[in-house]
Design a protein around this ligand. Structure first.
Ligand code: SF4
Length: 364
């Protein structure tokens, strides 16, 4: 029998965007058909290089904007992966920007083998979407959900952003009400982070968006709302209907192996490594250049840190005596909980998890 640790997840970073959003620091570049064709060829060359017949049970097209690839591109990559790896009923996710898809492309992607769609909705308020520099309206995002459903997708996730300019409890609630009434199975909700070097940082957005306390209130209100509407939190930023957790993303938190292909993609196999953020370098190289970050990853500290992102938490036996003693203090304070021999964060604990983890893992 194959254990989860013997299987592999594949992450493909698609580095094209129509336009850069002012808050985003992911690697992406301008889109051209010629570059996209050359990029797809390079992805296939790299699949050949790494392909060792291993079982692959998740494939994730992330970006950037993977929906700028054509269904034919997706089909080429997936059929190639099927030749050099053993695809084991894989969950195949593709990130979609509502400004870039039609009913036809969604249908084509499903036929090519994609079975899970992650839609970059971010908000369902048009003013908020304009401020975020998004190229779609709330109605377009809603139409994309219905078009995906119409195309036969039963596993649909939406991304949501918390703590954005002008967001208050009323506006968040309106978006959540509209979002949870759609035929979706999963929500990823991220707190807006102003990254250095982005246009948002230059516009001094840190001073203008909800402060940490206000964002924490919005987060707590959201977790409560989603739970009451059938979306169960399984990770600090992720909520799903029963059995619709993202299998691919769970690999990251459970320290299971994944291979990243494409500029700026990260991998964790026997070592942890990444590919430089350089599209032309990736296209021109026979095999992608990789830079090793860690030659012996998945230490117990790392497993504790990643495992505690999950609501199921970690086995208590992973902790030493000093750490267990500290954990008891956080349980009494309402930031952690313990049941069936496992330790986990409460929703309030997730908000301060970095500080708690620093104490548990690194202070003597
Ligand atoms: S579409 Fe996504 S990846 Fe591209 S710039 Fe906007 S947020 Fe970043």
């Amino acid at each position: 029998m194959t254990s989860a640790a013997d299987t592999l997840g594949i992450y493909i970073h698609v580095p094209f965007c129509l336009r850069k959003c002012p808050y985003c620091d992911f690697y992406s570049c301008e889109n051209s058909l010629q570059k996209r064709d050359a990029y797809v060829q390079a992805v296939c060359r790299n699949l050949d290089f790494y392909g060792d017949g291993r079982y692959v049970d998740t494939i994730y097209f992330g970006g950037g904007t993977p929906s700028l690839l054509t269904p034919k591109h997706i089909e080429t990559i997936l059929s190639h992966a099927g030749v050099v790896f053993e695809l084991k009923k894989p969950e195949v996710t593709m990130e979609i920007n509502p400004a870039t898809v039609t009913a036809e492309t969604l249908d084509g992607c499903r036929r090519a083998g994609v079975n899970r769609i992650s839609i970059g909705v971010q908000d369902l308020n048009d003013e908020a979407l304009r401020t975020l520099g998004r190229l779609h309206t709330a109605q377009q995002a809603i139409d994309t959900v219905y078009a995906a459903r119409e195309a036969g997708f039963e596993n649909i996730s939406c991304d949501l952003m918390i703590g954005t300019l002008g967001q208050d409890s009323g506006r968040l609630r309106e978006t959540l009400e509209r979002l949870t009434s759609l035929p979706i199975t999963h929500i990823s909700a991220y707190l807006l982070k102003i990254e250095d070097g982005t246009p948002y940082a230059a516009q001094n957005m840190k001073q203008r968006v909800p402060n940490d306390d206000e964002s924490a209130d919005l987060y707590m209100e959201m977790t409560d709302f989603l739970r009451k509407h059938g979306f169960f939190q399984y990770e600090v930023s992720n909520f799903a209907k029963k059995d619709f957790e993202s299998r691919h993303n769970c690999r990251y938190w459970k320290c299971l192996p994944y291979l990243g292909i494409g500029p700026a993609a990260h991998s964790c196999m026997d070592t942890r490594f990444y590919v430089p953020a350089d599209l032309d370098g990736f296209i021109n190289a026979e095999k992608q250049t990789v830079i090793t970050e860690d030659s012996s990853p998945c230490t117990i500290e790392e497993r504790i840190m990643l495992g505690l992102r999950l609501v199921e938490g970690i086995p208590l036996e992973w902790l030493g005596e000093r750490q267990k003693h500290l954990a008891e203090r956080f349980i009494k304070a309402g930031f952690m909980s313990q049941s069936d021999g496992r330790l986990s964060f409460t929703p309030a604990g997730f908000l301060v998890s970095n500080a708690i983890l620093a104490e548990i893992l690194y202070e003597d």
